[in-house]
Design a protein around this ligand. Sequence first.
Ligand SMILES: C[S@@+](CC[C@H](N)C(=O)[O-])C[C@H]1O[C@@H](n2cnc3c(N)ncnc32)[C@H](O)[C@@H]1O
Length: 252
Amino acid sequence: MAKDRYAWLFNGERFEDVRILDAATGAGGMTQKLARRAGGSTRIVSVDIDQDTRVLDSLQSSLQSPLTFIEDDLHQLQSVPDAAFDVVVCDDTLAFLSMPPLRTLSAIDTFHRVLKDGGRLLISAESPDESRHPTGEWRRWQLAKAVFALKGEAFYEPVHRNDLTRALARSGFHVEASQSFPGGMMKDFEPLIEEWEAILLHEIVHLPWGEGLKKTLHNTVVALSRSIRADGYLDTPDTFAVKAVKRGGRNV
Ligand SMILES: C[S@@+](CC[C@H](N)C(=O)[O-])C[C@H]1O[C@@H](n2cnc3c(N)ncnc32)[C@H](O)[C@@H]1O
C-alpha cells in the first residue's frame, strides 16, 4: 500500500495528451506536481476564486508546461464550458467548498459538468479530526473555528470520506477506489504558526464582541502559539484520496 497519498492518487493515471483542471491553485503545490507529469499536448487550467499574483508569477516563471490560470468559483465555473476536461484534480480544497453544509454538492456537480464522459476526478482531502485529543494542532483549529463562528462565519469544514463517496455516486460518478492515510508530525511548522497567529489576532480585533472576550481570545492565541513552539512539532491531520470516473448519465 502506498504511504504517500499523492503516489496513490497518481498511480496508473495518464497525464499526457489530456486537458486537466487543477481545482484549486492555492499555493500551487498540486499545480507543480501536475506540470511535472504533463506531456505531449497536455494543457492545465488552474482555477482559484482568489488567485494570488505572487504565486502565479512564481509558477509561470518556473514551469514549462502549458498552464492557464483563471479566477472563478468552483461551485459554478461559469467561465468553463461543459465536457472541457479529461481530468479534474481537487487537492486540499474540499473543506473550503463545504460551507454552508450541502454546498459541496454544487462543486461536485460542477466537476461532473466540466468533465468529458469517462473523465477522471482525483480528490485528496483532509479528514475531519475526530480524535478530540487536545494537541496543539487540534486546539489551533478549534480556536480558529470559534473565532470565525463569533462573527457568524464558517472557517473550514473537512468532509468525511464516506459522505464524499456517497455524494459522488449521487452526482453520477463511479467511485473506483478510496484510501485513507494517517497523519504524522511536522517539525518545520514555524511559517504556519506565524501565519495562523497573525490571521487570528487580526480577526479578533474586528470581532463584534466585548473587549473582555477579545482580550481573552488574544491571550489564548498567543499562549497557544508559544506552547506549540515549546512542543517543537505539529500533528498533521489524517487525509484520504478518492478516484472517481464520470459515468454517462446522472444518477439523480
Ligand atoms: C488549501 S488551498 C489549495 C491548495 C492547493 N491545491 C495546493 O496544492 O497548494 C485552498 C484554495 O481554495 C480556494 N477556494 C476556496 N473556495 C473556493 C471556491 N469556491 N472556488 C474556487 N477556489 C476556492 C482558496 O482561495 C484557496 O486558495
